[in-house]
Design a protein around this ligand. Structure first.
Ligand code: FMN
Length: 166
């Protein structure tokens, strides 16, 4: 059986979601899959991949438009592949304490492409994050890196297990 090719695509503003995508890609490769990590804007044809993981950051309750447009642009081919989606957002430990369902826009994209599952991961906002609102939030003590490497790896292992079993 040939090695399965997996695309991990991400829509990010300031890099936090890219970091999660890189970690998913690394774990999939450790599990023996051929995983490629790309910005969602660069994904124009998914036919070379057996499966796709697509993630985006959350801003004011909305999913990354880069991730959303990627799903819509590639919907016809995504529908014929296993797809997993994720969001990066909460700036606290809530994503570790309970499953946070996809926001409505993500739920719509999941339905459009027939995605299997969604996961919400904690996000990251640090003193280096640019933007007026980001600065205001960090001044209020609402920043921090809430990406949990173990949770990200666990989810990636779960994806590998499903792909290897298929
Ligand atoms: C102005 C602003 C609005 C945000 N809104 C949300 C939100 O509605 N829901 C959420 O879970 N996280 C929210 N966040 C947190 C971001 O989603 C988090 O920092 C994310 O990891 C950023 O990812 P990125 O660097 O890939 O863009 C917000 C952050 C900022 C700065």
């Amino acid at each position: 059986m040939s090695t399965k090719r997996v695309l991990v695509a991400y829509g990010t503003r300031h890099g936090a979601t890219a970091g999660i995508a890189e970690q998913i890609g690394k774990t999939l490769r450790e599990d023996g899959l051929d995983a490629v990590v790309l910005p969602a804007d660069d994904v124009h044809d998914v036919r070379a991949y057996d499966a796709v993981v697509l993630g985006g950051s959350l801003y004011a309750g909305h999913w990354s438009s880069k991730a959303k447009h990627c799903a819509e642009r590639n919907a016809d081919f995504l529908r014929h592949r296993p797809v997993w989606m994720f969001s990066s957002g909460p700036l606290d430990r809530s994503a570790e304490e309970h499953d946070i369902p996809p926001v409505s826009a993500v739920a719509r994209e999941m339905q459009l492409v027939g995605a299997r599952e969604h996961m919400t991961f904690g996000g990251s906002l640090t003193a280096h994050t640019p933007g007026f609102l980001a600065k205001a939030l960090t001044r209020q003590g609402k920043g921090g890196d809430f990406r949990n490497p173990e949770r990200i790896q666990k989810w990636a292992h779960h994806i590998s297990a499903e792909l290897v079993a298929a």
